[in-house]
Design a protein around this ligand. Structure first.
Ligand SMILES: *Cc1c(COP(=O)(O)O)cnc(C)c1O
Length: 371
């Protein structure tokens, strides 16, 4: 710990020292065995063939990418009806979340988010020296009243993921509008729609409309989830010109690779892959949730999810740790998040039908053994 300044080596900033590094989802057992990875919310169907073909053609490793991702922003803008001038691309939406905190908050300021939300928000707040503040959840979902009650005159940024990770919970359009309406205008509302494409058109939370109409809303999206391009690191955000300008000032100048830009642009043009992924996810999510809810007499319950994963709560004789180990023994990696206050839960990404049936069978067997 760097409690005392050292005069013989550089001293880490105290707010950086307070950061717990992001813990990624595992793909290996403790003995090094490869596992089926259902721990990082990746698309089990891979990505669009069109994206693969575009990547194969985009072979310019010696050249810097277009710093403005012009063609990609045009494709995103066309797809979503957003002016490309109001779009900024990032090295994953992760970069944009961090830049939003950095641009609008600093030491002495507060960055607010819900309990059981994306762990990057806490890191983004601390990275710029701001104080992370957690509002109470309501049975694992985001609680607009609790968030509004937690706003102080130091609040500068509010992060909300909809649907949320790691709970999968979702707030409808009216609740998102109510949250935005209740925030002071000088607070930046960052609405993280990483799982937005898993919603149906009727479930759309209105975020893009809010970002188009107001001066204090940034919506972020990613190609990592339904588009299946997590390895390429491409995200985007949209908001008022002054917000986009702020992020452009501090982002990496060449923050999206040639490959990534080409892949994401082609992926925008292949919405049938997105639809197919959404339908696969909806069907398998429902089937898996029913299998878990059938174990209610064993103290197992699920949190209602609209994302590509399910948070399963172990409140009976079978513990999450025991289930985690049994799943690893059976060849599956899922996410245990004790560091986020969820020692009694597992977050399980929706994979193929065979994978989900196998996982359900392992958990059922363990639950019956535990009593
Ligand atoms: C996965 C995820 C992201 C996206 O991360 P990328 O950096 O775009 O890969 C953002 N927000 C939430 C809530 C996520 O779960």
């Amino acid at each position: 710990m760097a409690d005392e300044p050292h005069n013989n080596r550089p001293t880490i900033k105290p707010w950086i020292e307070g950061i717990h590094a992001y813990v990624p989802g595992k793909a290996k057992a403790s003995d090094g065995r490869e596992l089926v990875k259902l721990s990082a919310n990746e698309n089990p169907l891979g990505c669009s063939e069109a994206a693969l073909a575009a990547m194969a053609e985009a072979r310019h490793p010696a050249l810097y990418p277009d710093p403005d991702a012009t063609a990609l922003r045009a494709a995103i803008g066309e797809l979503h009806g957003v002016d490309p001038a109001r779009i900024v691309c990032g090295t994953g939406s992760d970069e944009l979340l961090n830049l939003a905190a950095q641009a609008y908050a600093g030491p002495g300021d507060e960055v607010l988010f819900s309990r059981y939300s994306f762990s990057v928000y806490d890191i983004a707040a601390r990275r710029c020296g701001a104080t992370p503040v957690e509002a109470e959840d309501r049975d694992y979902s985001m609680d607009v009243d609790a968030l509004l009650a937690a706003v102080t005159d130091r609040t500068r940024v509010v992060f909300l993921a909809n649907p949320n990770n790691p709970t999968g919970t979702y707030l409808p359009r009216e609740e998102i509008a109510r949250l935005h309406a209740g925030l002071p205008r000088e607070v930046l509302f960052v609405l993280d729609q990483a799982y937005g494409e898993y919603l149906t058109a009727a479930e759309d939370d209105g975020g893009l409309e809010l970002a188009a109409a107001h001066e204090n809303v940034l919506v972020t999206r990613t190609f990592s989830k339904i588009y299946g391009l997590a390895g390429e690191r491409i995200g985007w955000g949209t908001g008022a010109p002054h917000i986009v300008d702020a992020l452009n000032r501090i982002r990496g100048p060449f923050n999206v690779t040639n490959h990534g830009q080409a892949a994401a642009k082609a992926a925008c043009g292949d919405q049938s892959f997105v639809e197919h992924s959404r339908e696969h996810n909806a069907a398998e999510l429902q089937r898996f949730a029913e299998a878990m809810d059938a174990l209610g007499n064993h103290g197992i319950r699920t949190v209602p999810s609209k994302a590509n994963f399910l948070l399963v709560l172990f409140e009976g004789a079978l513990s999450a740790e025991t289930a985690l180990q049994a799943l690893a023994d059976g060849g599956y990696a899922v996410r245990h998040l004790p560091g986020q206050g969820l020692p009694h839960a597992l977050r399980i990404t929706i994979g193929t039908r065979e994978q989900m049936d196998a996982i359900a069978a392992i958990i059922r067997e363990q639950a019956e053994q535990a009593g």
